[in-house]
Ligand binder design. Structure first.
Ligand code: GLA
Length: 694
């Protein structure tokens, strides 16, 4: 036998032995296995933070000719220079992949959600898919940070054009952009900021859409108005720079106070219900600070948005943005978004449902395909969250309360996580190198990820069954499902209700996979599938035992939505909130997580932050804070006619790709422009009026 063959044999043998050893000790926690490599396509060009945009006056400003001809010259609209702030936000040409653009064309989005109404500040959803992102502007902005050099990463100025810290670091003075206007021409100023804070965030009867609560900005934080364009924050901690992330999408994007106050109980003698529902989906032309205004809505068909004539951002040539005149939101399904984007009847998709990967890849590989498709890092992940509240969140009945007590039992959680065959779950979604074993915790695609701190309980059904028995759960009636002990609920079968959004195939498939795998463990799990809106409501109000949940930006970036990484406030965590007026009944490991997250928020020392996230990951995965299910990369699909799309834009990091690509700078070159505008040469109408104005 030559030496070459020998080494080969030996290594084969070694592989055999090590996999045997692994199996023998399978129920012992280990470090999570290495993921199959998946090279992200499209290299990101990293840039300094201050090279993206600045605030300054330019010698002259331009707008689409038809706006001047039809609106300004007819006296319907002031000249563009008067509509812009003293110093508009100017996007720097050097950071625009294809430079200064031209006006025209439409971006055709497709979404699976449906608009509830326009009162974002009172918690109404617009159907997601970036519709609210396009309408809202926030004090700071983080989505474009994916391309900023790591040492330089801090939220970008936006409605707050600059800020200064007091010498002791407890006060932060923010200067708002001066002279910016809402899309109906009403001035934007500190009054809008204070209305959002005092009458929405601080008002316990109002919860803004993405769940901003006072604790989102740090316990004890206050905000006051100094003058028309200045507000001042006071923090308990010194220099809590991390809160600048909470001032970005979606927790500090003020609504139009001049419109919202007309329905708010404090100003209008109305009820909170009348406030929340005062601006239903049929209400058109709600004033926005974003680049497009909703002007038409046909249920289950489309929402059309037109350019905001008061938009406060320009390019270096003085062209008022956006370049695109119109946005479409076709009301369909999320899976159809992929199909239409690949086929060219839609323009954009975050390819995030692995069931569609192979077909989409095949079609996009064709030279003549209308859209380009680029995969990013493994930042899309799913967890199963268990409801940890045993003190009344969501008003559980006796059965649900008994399940919560199980959820709070460490051995029970370990049994569940050990009974999840993650390889199988992933492969049921898509074959190939896409999905990876994900035990929970922060995503493997973030810079804070540390594999050695990521603890995994390998798949081991027998070990899981033994743990269930240890918890006191046995199948006493021989029907294959474990029962409660005889002194609890009459010793009936343990039954667990799994909440899942029915709008997305992947959510449903994962839930069905879990139900099958839990059946093998002897746990009866029943599906509670609801449309996205109802699912969110059930989540926020605590009406669930277990829930399948796609990870949000806190897992994908760590620095965005950071307070949501643990139950840092009474209404912060996805799976552990407090009943009305109470505090969450945290278990010791959850207290540790809260402590780590709060320390992370309070420090600006990068080495310390990295260390804290290692600790977070270890505590979260060792204690099974969430049951990780799978993790995979997503791809951005965008029609080839669009310019200024940065390469390597991830579909989710600080925010979704709809914001990451900076839509207000996206344009279509003159020779590629298509004829999709439904309201050509029309601007939004007055608030509440139906349709655009002619
Ligand atoms: C939904 C979609 C995401 C993204 C977001 C934007 O959640 O599934 O891909 O478009 O909306 O809010």
């Amino acid at each position: 036998m030559n030496s070459h063959r020998l080494t080969k044999m030996a290594s084969l043998l070694l592989v055999g032995i090590s996999s045997f050893a692994l199996q023998a000790a399978a129920s012992e926690p280990t470090v999570v296995p290495e993921q199959p490599p998946f090279p992200a396509q499209g290299k990101i060009t990293f840039v300094p933070r201050d090279s993206i945009a600045e605030f300054k006056a330019l010698p002259e400003y331009k707008e689409p000719t038809w706006v001047t001809e039809k609106y300004v010259k007819a006296g319907k609209l002031p000249p563009v220079a008067e509509r812009l702030p003293k110093e508009p936000m100017v996007f720097q040409t050097g950071n625009m992949p294809d430079g200064v653009g031209v006006y025209g064309d439409t971006l055709r989005h497709v979404i699976g959600g449906r608009p509830e109404g326009w009162n974002y500040s009172a918690g109404q959803s617009q159907g997601w898919g970036g519709i609210d992102i396009g309408m809202s502007e926030c004090l700071t902005r983080t989505a474009p940070l994916f391309q900023v050099e790591a040492k330089d990463v801090e939220p970008l100025p936006n409605l707050a054009k600059s800020w200064d810290w007091s010498a002791d670091g407890h006060k932060l003075t923010m200067h708002l952009v001066e002279g910016a206007k809402w899309s109906d021409g009403d001035p934007f100023d500190a009054e809008d900021v204070m209305f959002y804070w005092e009458d929405n965030v601080l008002d316990p009867s109002v919860t803004p859409l993405n769940g901003a609560t006072p604790e989102t900005f740090g316990e004890g934080t206050t905000l006051k108005q100094i003058d028309t364009y200045t507000v001042e924050w006071t923090f308990k901690e010194a220099f809590p720079r991390q809160h600048l992330y909470a001032m970005a999408y979606g927790t500090f994007c003020p609504g139009p106070s001049h419109i919202l106050k007309t329905k708010h109980p404090k100003y209008a003698g109305t009820t909170y219900d009348q406030y929340k529902n005062g601006f239903p989906a049929e209400y058109m032309n709600i004033p926005v600070m974003g680049a497009w205004v909703p002007v038409a809505y046909r249920p289950d068909d489309i929402i059309v948005l037109r350019r905001n004539p008061y938009y406060w951002k320009v390019d270096e040539a003085g062209n008022q943005l956006p370049y695109l005149n119109e946005l479409h939101y076709k009301l369909s399904t999320w899976a159809d978004r992929d199909v239409q984007a690949v086929a060219g009847s839609g323009d954009f998709s975050n390819l995030e449902q692995p069931e569609n990967f192979v077909e989409s890849l095949k079609r996009a590989a064709d030279e003549a395909a209308p859209a380009r498709l680029a995969f990013g890092p493994r930042l899309i992940g799913y967890n199963m969250h268990m409801n940890f509240s045993a003190n009344g969140w969501g008003e559980p009945d006796e059965r649900a309360q008994a399940v919560r007590e199980l959820n709070r039992n460490e051995d029970f959680r370990k049994a569940v996580t050990m009974a999840v065959d993650r390889k199988k779950l992933g492969e049921a979604l898509v074959k190939g190198p896409f999905t990876a074993i994900y035990p929970g915790g922060i995503s493997s695609g973030t810079s804070f990820y540390d594999r050695q701190s990521t603890i995994y309980y390998p798949y081991d059904l027998d070990g899981a069954k033994a743990l269930l028995e240890k918890v006191g759960l046995k199948d006493t009636d021989g029907n294959g499902f474990v029962n409660f002990p005889s002194d609890k609920l009459g010793g009936r079968d343990v039954e667990i209700v799994l909440l899942v959004g029915s709008d997305t195939g992947t959510d449903r498939n994962l839930a069905e996979g879990i139900i099958g795998q839990m059946e093998k463990l002897g746990l009866r799990v029943v599906l509670n599938a609801m449309d996205g809106k109802q699912r969110d409501a059930a989540n926020y109000s605590g009406r669930f035992d277990w829930m399948v949940h796609r990870n949000q930006a806190e897992f994908a970036s760590v620095v965005q939505n950071t307070p949501q990484l643990a139950a840092t406030g009474p209404r912060t965590s996805w799976h552990h909130r407090a009943p009305e007026g109470g505090v969450p009944d945290l278990m010791p490991f959850e207290k540790e997580l809260v402590d780590i997250v709060n320390k992370f928020i309070a420090t600006n020392d990068n080495a310390e932050r990295a260390e804290l996230m290692k600790q977070y990951q270890k505590v979260a995965t060792t204690n099974v804070d969430t049951v990780g299910l799978t993790e995979y990369p997503g791809a951005l699909i965008i029609n080839k006619r669009f310019s200024n799309i940065p390469t390597g834009a991830p579909i989710l990091m600080f925010n979704w790709a709809e914001d990451t690509i900076i839509r207000e700078r996206v344009f279509v070159a003159a020779d590629k422009q298509a004829d999709f505008e439904l309201f050509a040469e029309q601007l939004p109408g007055k608030p509440g009026e139906s349709g655009p104005s002619n």
